[in-house]
Ligand binder design. Sequence first.
Ligand SMILES: [Zn+2]
Ligand SMILES: [Zn+2]
Length: 354
Amino acid sequence: MDGYIRSARIHEYKKHLELDNISKPVIRGDEEVLVKVGASGLCHSDLHLISGEWKDIIPLNLPKTPGHEIAGWIEDVGKSVPENIMKPGDLVAVFGGWGCGWCIHCKSGDEQLCAFAKWPGLSSFDGGFSEYVLVPSYRFLLNVRASGTKPENLAPLTDAGLTPYRAIKKVRNMLGPGKNIGIVGIGGLGSYAIQYAKILGGGSKVFAMDRSDSKLELASKCGADHLVNLHSTDNLVDRIKAETGSKMLDVIIDCVGTDKTFYDSISVLAKGGSVVIVGLFGTAAKIPIAMTVLNEFKISGSLWGNYNELREVIELLTEGRIMNNITKFKLDDVNEAIELLKEGQIIGRGVLIP
Ligand SMILES: [Zn+2]
Ligand SMILES: [Zn+2]
């Protein structure tokens, strides 16, 4: 049907997405860009969104198209989009955090921290589980026409491949020869985290920690030095003690973020060590005060990444320094992909192709 596009939309929380034919978005604002979606990553945040768990923190007007990891080709541009920067046909990656542009965070380049930041598919803006997505400004796009890569390789970099990069960059001064870094959770984010730990870790040993052997196998392919199955390891503290010569882990990137992973992390952290939480599975965990003070633990969070960090991870991809681990699904099979993600059956990142 001309003038119509296919979009997978939430009509009711906890229900399957519905594949709808909706009107094709049209450019209204001068800075807007219409992107023909080439690929859209499937994130655990989408599960929280679809289940309604986040309906109070992210109120949505239903129906809503999810999908915040998007890459594709420019179809149309508003009249003030500079032609030398972007033009129809260019391959682009969509940067998430659409900030206000003027606040202290936006001006320092961290638009994802803006109090007014909007994400496609996680706000009033529709996301990428669709044939087209309307982006409010060309400033939120990275033009990668010269990269020779494909949208399915770019889409996961806009979140899964970006979030752990920022987290590890923050603690890279604590890494180096003789140091140890643990990556907890080898899902969509974790397989990238292992690779960044090798690249930014300056010789640190990388420990992959997960409950699934097939995910640990992926971690091994990504360069992990030690594989720790959290399910079958009886005594995690003893195990890490033995494998680090009692040094324990200097840095832990928690890509899961439950109270269990938090306590596991704290229990194997070296004196002065740092836990950076990026996963959003849980709700709360108690901080052991004395242990934190006596060991000078640093506990922090890290959100997404900024535009230039996205530029950097795309650089790593196009230089062949990192590999993607993706499982492709047709947009029509979105509900099946969601079920597989829920069951932890997707190895690497699930990516929808419209
Ligand atoms: Zn996400
Ligand atoms: Zn702002």
